[in-house]
Design a protein around this ligand. Structure first.
Ligand code: PHE
Length: 337
């Protein structure tokens, strides 16, 4: 009997010293495990004198229940503690200011491209696209630029092979569309073009918008009126516009279109090279030879075409003097638009 009391006492002091679930598990094994102290006492029951057996058995059972109850109680207390500790460690300071999420926005080139498209779409033009890796035939020959023509020097070309180039302009799409469709045609072709050129005003890839209008009675006056309307929409209705004779193998006659310098209002500055004018696009009446190569009868139709560089127009619109800024992806630059 004394032995059971001593066992109870030693358990009591041990269990109150236990501070972790692991220690508690050890204690549990030592007392109530298969080879634990309680089990060994149970085995010694046979050596207890017969008259004391019932009492010993009862006491032993009581001790067993007491120990198991204590262990359970201690275990839930320790688990509770553990949980509190974790909550404290994982505490979130909800008074901290949040981290701002940055929203993306449309690149300035795409903004201006959308404006240009919207203006022409409002005038009844449809959108067309063509391949960036283009046959020499469409990029040059079908546009009246034969293999040895000096006009090929106007555009520094990336050759993929003898017959395949990265398109140097969007004009090849004029021919591709005319091969497929009959007039009346009213299309614009936005897209990427490539030239072997790189400095403050040239990048190897840039964007153009081509325009083509073909019908039975299209005149140069239509070209002039339409482009003036376009420019007044894009740059403001007071912008002066001037047509200057020029040369493109695929248009005849050809004209370059200038706007009055928006930086000095025409009085002459560094950006307009003191001329008071800024060139913004090339244009002209479609050369009958181009119609012929596209399969149209030479006298059936007339039409005009034009082509503009989107980067150049964006630079003029916003007074940007280094083209490379568009491609560096510096957020300090891009966030201004
Ligand atoms: N394709 C010409 C260029 O890239 C521009 C142009 C297009 C000129 C259509 C006339 C007509 O320079």
């Amino acid at each position: 009997m004394d032995e059971l009391l001593a066992l109870r006492e030693s358990f009591r002091s041990e269990v109150s010293a236990v501070n972790s679930l692991a220690d508690l598990q050890n204690l549990k094994n030592r007392y109530s495990g298969k080879k634990g102290l309680l089990t060994s006492r149970l085995k010694s029951l046979s050596s207890v004198p017969a008259d004391q057996k019932p009492k010993f058995g009862k006491d032993l059972n009581e001790l067993k229940e007491y120990i198991e109850g204590e262990i359970k109680g201690r275990e839930s207390a320790l688990r509770e503690d553990d949980y509190r500790q974790r909550l404290l460690a994982e505490k979130i300071d909800i008074t901290l200011p949040g981290r701002p999420a940055f929203f993306g926005r449309t690149h300035p080139i795409n903004q201006v491209l959308s404006e240009i498209k919207a203006i022409f779409v409002s005038m009844g033009f449809g959108l067309e696209e063509g391949p960036e890796i283009e046959l020499d035939y469409y990029n040059f020959e079908a546009l009246n630029i034969p293999k040895d023509h000096p006009a090929r020097d106007m555009q520094d070309t990336f050759y993929v092979s003898d017959d395949v180039v990265l398109r140097t302009h969007t004009s090849p799409v004029q021919v591709r569309v005319m091969e497929k469709r009959r007039p009346p045609l009213r299309i614009i072709v936005p897209g990427k073009v490539y030239r072997c050129d790189s400095d403050v005003t040239h990048t190897p890839m840039f964007h153009q918008v081509e325009g083509l209008m073909v019908d039975t009675d299209i005149s140069f006056a239509d070209l002039k009126g339409l482009l003036e309307l376009f420019i007044h929409n894009l740059f403001g209705s007071n912008t002066p516009v001037r047509f200057r004779p020029s040369y493109f193998p695929f248009t005849e006659p050809s004209a370059e279109v200038d706007i009055g310098c928006i930086f000095c209002s025409g009085s002459g500055c560094r950006i307009c090279k003191t001329t008071g004018w800024l060139e913004i696009l090339g244009s002209g009446m479609v050369n009958p030879r181009v119609f012929e190569m596209a399969g149209y009868g030479p006298d059936e139709y007339s039409g005009f075409a034009f082509g503009m560089g989107v980067e150049r127009i964006t630079m003029l619109k916003y007074g940007i003097d280094d083209l490379r800024l568009f491609f560096e992806n510096d957020l300090r630059f891009l966030r201004q638009f």
